[in-house]
Design a protein around this ligand. Structure first.
Ligand code: EPZ
Length: 428
């Protein structure tokens, strides 16, 4: 089992290059099989979620040619099956985006029902509502989601809940439908806009992505394209908060500052200096952090995927802070691990009440999920003493070369292989 061994206390100093957005790439890959023509996607992060999604489309027959670690050519013409093996949906729930693209392209699709996960029940009722509004029949039987349509006709769809996944899935199904589709109350995340941009580069006619109403004029077919994934706002935010919690000075390069506005605003609230450039943001934390109140909201609000990371910062801030998690029902699992490092946090319903401490203490902690795992690494980097962080399989889902990038900024972190039958550790 792999672990990080972290000796805290080093301020992170320097520059880090941010890679492509995992949650955008997870939508762009299924979109590539909406055409028979070659689609080249560049700036893919080399993380396990992306590799699983590429395996999933290859498994149904798509041609997937790796041009390099971050660039792939996909040819959907060879797709031969419209049913996704359960294994993929168990590994990444975003495989359900293949419901939207297979339904949109072939008028039929089948994936295993995505279960909940540690952060919440994560229902898909809004996805189904969108597919049925377009004329599909959706059956949930035997743990499978089966969608089928004689024809897909554009419609006016109002989402009861702002949902990134449902917005993406309905976009994928509607671009090749007949007639016009209007989506009200869609998600406005950068990765939704990135998908719309790529689909439009393939000949789709989507307007309003990133606003409160998305309008899609169905087209009869889409053509190939060459597209570059936007930078990952959550990877960027994670490194920005790494600077904050270690009293460092870090510049994140290859970012779109506009996508980071809510993160930048909170960093300023807690006393960091933030300098914005065209494609970079610099965070300087030269004094003790201050308390604040945070509420996670759909974009452009403060992202739920940054909630554990700001939780670590507020655990070190002077005074009492609160975090209200409005998106998922169970996203405070990292708190128990932070308390083991000396944090003073109590959780009441969907709110964490945090009394800042001067320093956390190194401890053996376990990542319960992707973003909590990254946050626990940040806590270890700030702490006095040595920490062991396990659960790296979660961190690898969304961060490419995480420890390598942190080392380049001066962190004392190494990845070791712990033989579970002995305490011997081998640096990997
Ligand atoms: C996406 O998940 C992201 N995953 C999540 O990132 C992110 O936390 C989330 O959006 C919110 O930004 C990917 O993009 C692959 P939602 P998604 O549908 O699409 C409720 C990470 O760490 N809901 O926007 O599943 C749902 O229960 C991951 O990278 C319904 O009620 O999130 C939740 O409370 C974690 N019915 C809220 O909406 C539905 O049909 C937002 O969920 C769909 C969602």
């Amino acid at each position: 089992m792999e672990q990080y061994i972290v000796r805290g206390g080093n301020p992170l100093i320097g520059e880090v290059d941010i890679y492509g957005a995992k949650n955008a790439a997870l939508a762009l890959i299924p979109a590539a099989i909406l055409t028979d023509e070659p689609v080249i996607i560049d700036n893919l992060p080399d993380v396990s979620d992306i590799n699983v999604m590429l395996d999933a489309i290859a498994h149904i027959g798509a041609t997937v040619q790796r041009i390099n670690r971050h660039k792939v050519k996909i040819i959907g013409a060879t797709v031969s099956s419209h049913a996704i093996d359960d294994d993929y949906i168990r590994k990444i729930r975003a495989s359900y985006y293949l419901l939207g693209s297979l339904l949109g392209r072939y008028r039929e699709a089948e994936v295993a029902m995505p279960g909940g996960c540690v952060i919440g029940a994560r229902p898909i009722d809004q996805h189904i509502k969108g597919f049925e509004a377009l004329g599909a029949k959706v059956d949930l039987d035997g743990g499978q989601v089966k969608a089928k349509a004689q024809e897909l006709i554009g419609n006016h769809i109002y989402f009861d809940v702002v949902s990134v996944g449902a917005t993406i899935n309905v976009l994928l199904a509607a671009v090749l439908a007949e007639g016009n589709t209007i989506i009200e109350n869609p998600a406005k995340e950068p990765h939704v806009v990135d998908l719309a941009s790529m689909l439009n580069s393939m000949g789709a006619r989507i307007r309003g992505a990133g606003t409160d109403v998305i309008r899609i004029k169905g087209v009869s077919k889409l053509h190939g394209t060459e597209y570059t994934v936007i930078p990952d706002q959550i990877e960027a935010g994670t490194f920005m908060f790494a600077a904050a919690v270690t009293g460092g000075d870090v510049t994140v390069n290859n970012v779109i500052p506009k996508h980071l506005e809510s993160i930048t605003s909170k960093l300023k609230d807690i006393g960091c200096r933030v300098e914005e450039y065209d494609e970079a943001v610099r965070v300087i934390a030269d004094k003790r952090l201050k308390s604040t109140r945070v509420k996670t909201m759909p974009y452009p609000g403060f992202p739920t995927d940054m909630q554990p990371q700001i939780g670590v910062a507020l655990a070190l801030a002077e005074g009492t802070s609160t975090i209200t998690e409005n998106i998922f029902e169970n996203r405070f699992k990292y708190v128990a691990e932070l308390v083991r490092m000396g944090a003073k946090i109590k959780v009441e319903s969907n709110t964490a009440i945090i009394t800042g401490v001067e320093k956390l203490k190194g401890a053996k902690v376990s990542a319960p999920d992707l973003r909590a795992g990254a946050a626990l690494v940040l806590a270890a980097l700030s702490a006095d003493g040595v920490s062991q962080v396990d659960g790296l399989q979660y961190i690898k889902r969304g961060y490419e070369n995480f420890s390598g990038k942190l080392r380049k900024l001066g962190a004392d972190i190494k990845k070791v292989n712990i033989d579970e039958n002995s305490s011997a550790a081998r640096i990997v």
